[in-house]
Design a protein around this ligand. Structure first.
Ligand SMILES: C[S@@+](CC[C@H](N)C(=O)[O-])C[C@H]1O[C@@H](n2cnc3c(N)ncnc32)[C@H](O)[C@@H]1O
Length: 278
């Protein structure tokens, strides 16, 4: 079944408007093959029908979620971008331990967490820092894909997720389980997962304010307008003095001047100023 340029652009624009993800014209064949399978599963006969389904059918919104799920990459693994995690563990956690000692509460958000490896990595680093015993520590992982969120909640992972995980960490924080290795309960207890679209500023308010946001390798797939919307929402969700950690290919250059740039020994991270407006 052929996906015409016109239909491709209409479907692409719907996805972009809802989720920020941008598909350039070169993605037309990828969309044709992946959504072609969805079309067959729904018993539809053409991309015209598929377009009308997502636009007008009561189940259209759910189908857009399914489409995003089959079109996007959920690639992730434990201890990804380790130099940044060293800065987080060695410099940001001690700084927050000092600064937040009065309230003894630490809130961290893994935005676009995929199957949860990033959130559990953060939990392991917080735990192993030994700084937050007796604190209220919460790590929230969110994504738009219900499929990856189910995997995150199960906490069971295969070997590919451990490609850069030190052996000692696996021994200490994971246990053998049918289908792979399972995150131990003390680490799981620190993490919660939920469905949240980075473009849904209204729903994100329910999260309250957080001290650190990891939003790595998510907005690289967005167009500029959607990045601006998401970044403004992330800024609003940070406490004053809170950190924003992006993926190593990402920056806020030409996107936002609201954040300060903080130089750690191994990385550059963004920070909502201690005294900020709004
Ligand atoms: C490549 S993974 C990155 C996972 C992890 N942050 C990492 O760096 O390893 C990108 C994730 O972003 C999610 N995503 C894409 N658009 C999103 C949106 N609008 N809101 C929330 N998550 C989104 C995708 O479903 C996918 O699981």
């Amino acid at each position: 079944m052929r996906l015409s340029v016109e239909r491709f652009r209409l479907i692409r624009d719907i996805i972009n408007g809802r989720y920020g993800i941008w598909f350039s014209d070169e993605h037309r064949y990828l969309m044709e093959s992946r959504l072609g399978e969805r079309m067959v599963q729904l018993g539809l006969e053409s991309f015209d029908d598929y377009y009308y389904f997502i636009k007008y059918n009561p189940d259209g919104e759910t189908e857009i979620e399914e489409a995003v799920d089959v079109l996007t990459t959920n690639e992730t693994y434990f201890f990804r971008e380790d130099y940044q995690l060293r800065a987080f563990a060695g410099e940001l956690l001690p700084e927050m331990h000092r600064r937040l000692a009065g309230r003894r509460k630490l809130m961290i958000w893994s935005a676009g967490c995929s199957s949860g490896e990033e959130a559990y990595t953060i939990a392991i680093l917080v735990k192993n820092s030994g700084l937050f015993e007796g604190w209220d520590v919460r790590i929230f992982g969110s994504d738009v894909s219900k499929r990856v969120l189910a995997r995150a909640r199960s906490g069971v992972y295969r070997t590919t997720s451990f490609r850069t995980t030190p052996e000692g960490i696996i021994k200490r924080h994971f246990s053998e389980h049918s289908g792979g290795m399972r995150v131990n309960d003390d680490i799981r207890a620190l993490c919660n997962f939920g469905h949240l679209n980075l473009l849904d500023a209204d729903k994100s308010v329910l999260l309250g304010r957080v001290d650190v946001i990891f939003c790595r390798n998510v907005m690289i797939y967005f167009d500029k307008r959607s990045k601006l919307r998401a970044i403004s929402m992330l800024y609003d969700r940070l406490n004053n003095g809170g950190y924003l950690l992006l993926g190593h290919t990402e920056s806020l250059l030409n996107l936002s001047t609201a954040f300060e740039l903080v130089h750690t020994s191994e990385d550059l991270v963004y920070r909502r100023p201690e005294v900020s407006h709004g």
